[in-house]
Design a protein around this ligand. Sequence first.
Ligand code: SAM
Ligand code: FES
Length: 348
Amino acid sequence: MGIVEKFIKEGQLKQDEYPQLLKLYKDPETVELLRQEAVRIQKKYFGNKIYTRGLVEFTNYCRNDCYYCGIRRSNTNAVRYRLTKDEILKCCENGHELGFRTFVLQGGEDPWFNDERMADIISSIKRSYPDCAITLSIGEKSKESYRKFKEAGADRYLLRHETANEDHYRYLHPENLSLANRKQCLYDLKELGYQIGAGFMVGAPGQTLEHLAEDLVFLKELNPHMVGIGPFIPHHDTKFAEEEPGSVELTLFLLSVLRIMLPQVLLPATTALGTLDPRGREKGFLAGANVVMPNLSPVKNRKQYELYDNKICTGEEAAECRGCLSRRVQSVGYEIVTDRGDSPMLQP
Ligand code: SAM
Ligand code: FES
């Protein structure tokens, strides 16, 4: 049995076998075989439904200095902003009217938003919109802080592990950050009852197929409810400014691989994928993705949350984003639903 058939049959491979599979990402026959299997599984668990999450990028202040990231602390050219609680609630109000039932609060690690302020924002959103889920994506915190946010009403947490290889982690991050802590945070979040999302950038500087194999093995073991992957895109004010962006083809291939490995996982077609290819997100759905996260942030701040160059959807109102995405989703035979879109792994 070939490696492709073995993977499709068993839904996983040994770590040292993955590179053989991954290097076929440009082979049309393999791509199509995996894509069809991924779509079969996607349809089995989710039909033709695509879940949406309204993204509120509420601060671009960050105490971290991840080398790839446009809003890293040492980028003095970044124009910093913080939304007020009222502005955040206004984004949610707008989003709720448009049919969003999950809000993702994402930001840099901004100490101004201490536990008390975060808990207050979370509980205010929950009070106003008890039918909605709240996802946080605000980086590494103590288990105690995660507990407080959970008690305030947070349901889910996105924290990409970025890379499961120690050396590669070192290459992408300064000394004070560690893969061990990143992983610990994910295990803490899971233990506290969050639906968790991990993930990585495809084509991050220094990444090899062997690193990706480690990512896949780690994800299988962690068994998260969500996996966020998108291509790396250079940002002009970072030390990786001159690096090549990640490959759209490899990202799509990995979406299919992940759908087969983790059948019920929530898998976004990311903005980064749509930035590198104008039909990237549509191709993502056709490769096995089943989530989109349009922007609900105020238009005046969207360009300032600049993680990488040429980010799309920074000029449109939320309503336009929703309409545009709805059409894109329909153009490939799927439909956007008004639903919290919880992980099927939670159902008894
Ligand atoms: N501070 C939180 C954290 O670290 O998880 C959330 C915000 S952080 C900007 C969200 C994600 O953006 C990161 O996990 C990273 O994978 C992605 N990202 C950062 N820089 C990027 C780049 N240049 N290209 C593509 N994705 C990038
Ligand atoms: Fe903190 Fe990117 S370095 S969000």
